[in-house]
Design a protein around this ligand. Structure first.
Ligand code: ADP
Ligand code: MG
Length: 437
C-alpha cells in the first residue's frame, strides 16, 4: 500500500465505514474474503476483487457504498477503481500473451466447482482430456452452446488446472482481435506470432464467433493456428454456435475449427440446475430451504448465469432483512422471480372440469334438470368443491343453485362411494388432480 502508516489505517477505517452502510453479512460475503486494496493514494483508491465474478457483483451492487465509505475516510475528492485478479492482461493496452503472471485466468472457475450433468458431461470430459496432455489430445477443442452455460468456466478450468506446468493465456476473442489489429497496424505481427509460438503452450480463445467476417484477422489467426499446432500447442475455442453455423467464417478457418473435437453444452435439466444451485448457494453461505431451491430451479431453466443473478438477489435479500429465506418470504419480496402460488381452484373451475369429464355442459350442472346422467356429475362437482375449496354447505348451495341439504346429501353420498367403490374413488382422484393442476 502506498503512502505510509496513515494509509494502512485507512483500510481499517474504510472497513468500519463500509460495514455501517452495508451490514455485517455483506461484509462477510463480498468484502472481507474477496476484496483487497491494491493501492490507496490521495486521489485514487484501487481495489482488487478475487475474481471477475466478485468484481462484477461488487461493482453492480456495492460500488456506491464503497465509494462513499472511502470518501468518508479520505475526503470527497477520492476516486475509486475496481479491478480483479487476472484482469490485467485483458485491460493493458498491448497485451503480451505470455507474461506469466497475467494469464487472464479467473481462478474462481475450476473443475472442482463445475457441476457435471447430462447437459455438459461430454464437454467436461473433453476439457479434462486437454489437461491430460495439452496439444496432444483433440486439437483444437471447440466448445459451443448458448450463453451462460459454462463454456468460459470450462476454459478457465483447463487453464487453472495446467497453469503450473504450462504457459496458459486466456483471451476473450474481442481482446485477441484488438491485440492482433494493433500488431498489424504497428507492423509487429511477426513478433506477435513469434510470441505465441515460443511463449504460449495453451491458448484459450473465448467467443470466437466475434472473429467472423474480419478477413485480415481471420487469415492471421489461420497462420497462427498452423504454427501453434505444428508445435504441439493446445488450442481451446468457444463460440455460441458450431463452426458450420457461424456466418462469414473463412472456410479454411472453419475447417481448422472443425478439425479437432467439437462438443456442445446444453441448458441444464432441473436436477443439474438443483445441483448447481446447491453448490453456488453453499459457496455464498446461503441457506436455502429445499422448496425455495426447487422453485428457483423450476423458474430459471436456460442459463447458469441467470441462476447466479438470482442467488445474488437472494443473498442481498437475506443480508438486507436478516431473515431466513422461506418460500413465502421470497415469493413476497421477489414476485418476478417466484410468482406466488396460484390461488386454489374455485367452484367455477371445478364445475367446468367435471362437466368436461362427463361430456356435459357446465350449465347442466348448475341447472335444474334431473336426468341421471346429470345428477351424478352434479354430486361429484359438489363433493369436489367441498373438498378443494373448503366452502360451507350453504355457500356451495348458492354456487349450484341448490339448498344446503342437497349439498350435504351429495357430499355424504360421495364419501360412501369413496369408501365402497374403488372405481368411483379412482375417478374422483383423477378429477381432483385435474382441478388442482
Ligand atoms: P458461457 O461462457 O457459456 O456463456 P459461463 O462459463 O460464463 O457461460 O458461465 C456463466 C456462469 O455460470 C459462470 O459464473 C459459471 O461459473 C457458472 N456455471 C456455468 N455452468 C456451471 C456448472 N456446470 N457448474 C458450476 N457453475 C457453472
Ligand atoms: Mg463465455
Amino acid at each position: 500500500m502506498e503512502g505510509g502508516g496513515g494509509r494502512e489505517n485507512a483500510w481499517t477505517e474504510f472497513l468500519v465505514a463500509l460495514e455501517r452502510r452495508i451490514g455485517d453479512q455483506n461484509m462477510e460475503i463480498w468484502i472481507r474474503s474477496a476484496l483487497r486494496a491494491d493501492q490507496v493514494g490521495h486521489r485514487t483508491v484501487r481495489l482488487r476483487a478475487e475474481s471477475k465474478y466478485y468484481h462484477d457483483w461488487i461493482h453492480d451492487n456495492l460500488y456506491r457504498d464503497i465509494l462513499a465509505a472511502w470518501r468518508e475516510v479520505l475526503g470527497p475528492a477520492v476516486e475509486l477503481e475496481l479491478t480483479w485478479d487476472g484482469a490485467a492482461s485483458v485491460q493493458e493496452p498491448a497485451p503480451a500473451p505470455a507474461r506469466r503472471a497475467h494469464s487472464g485466468l479467473d481462478r474462481s472457475m475450476t473443475f472442482d466447482n463445475f457441476v457435471v450433468g447430462k447437459c455438459n458431461e461430454f464437454a467436461h470430459a473433453a476439457a479434462l482430456g486437454v489437461t491430460d496432455a495439452p496439444g496432444l489430445a483433440h486439437n483444437p477443442l471447440f466448445i459451443y452452446g448458448g450463453t451462460g452455460l459454462g463454456k468460459t468456466h470450462l476454459m478457465h478450468a483447463i487453464g487453472n488446472c495446467v497453469s503450473h506446468k504450462f504457459n496458459v493465456v486466456y483471451y476473450p476473442a474481442q481482446h485477441f482481435f484488438d491485440a492482433m489489429v494493433r500488431a498489424l497496424q504497428t507492423r509487429s505481427i511477426a513478433e506477435f506470432r513469434e510470441r505465441f509460438r515460443t511463449e504460449v503452450d495453451v491458448l484459450l480463445l473465448d467467443d470466437v464467433q466475434f472473429l467472423a467476417g474480419r478477413d485480415r484477422t481471420e487469415e492471421e489467426l489461420f497462420y497462427l493456428f498452423e504454427i501453434m499446432r505444428a508445435e504441439g500447442k493446445a488450442i481451446v475455442l468457444t463460440a455460441d454456435e458450431p463452426p458450420a453455423s457461424i456466418g462469414k467464417l473463412e472456410p479454411r478457418l472453419r475447417s481448422r475449427f472443425e478439425g479437432g473435437l467439437l462438443v456442445d453444452v446444453q441448458p441444464p435439466d432441473v436436477e443439474t440446475m438443483m445441483a448447481i444451485l446447491a453448490t453456488k448457494a453453499e459457496a455464498l453461505r446461503l441457506d436455502l430451504p429445499s422448496d425455495v431451491q426447487w422453485a428457483v430451479a423450476q423458474q430459471v431453466r436456460t442459463s447458469v448465469r441467470e441462476l447466479e443473478g438470482v442467488l445474488n438477489r437472494l443473498s442481498a435479500l437475506k443480508a438486507f432483512y436478516g431473515r431466513p429465506l422461506t418460500l413465502p418470504f421470497v415469493q413476497e419480496r421477489l414476485v418476478d422471480l417466484i410468482p406466488p402460488a396460484a390461488p386454489p381452484p374455485g367452484p367455477e373451475l371445478i364445475i367446468s372440469r367435471v362437466a368436461e369429464h362427463f361430456h356435459i355442459r357446465p350449465s347442466d350442472i348448475r341447472g335444474n334438470r334431473r336426468p341421471a346422467n346429470i345428477a351424478y356429475p352434479r354430486q361429484v362437482a359438489m363433493y369436489l368443491t367441498r373438498r378443494i375449496t373448503g366452502l360451507s354447505f350453504p355457500e356451495i348451495g348458492r354456487e349450484f343453485g341448490r339448498d344446503n341439504s342437497t349439498v350435504q346429501y351429495a357430499c355424504k353420498k360421495m364419501e360412501e362411494q369413496v369408501h365402497t367403490n374403488p372405481n368411483a374413488r379412482a375417478e374422483l382422484d383423477l378429477l381432483e388432480r385435474a382441478c388442482r393442476a
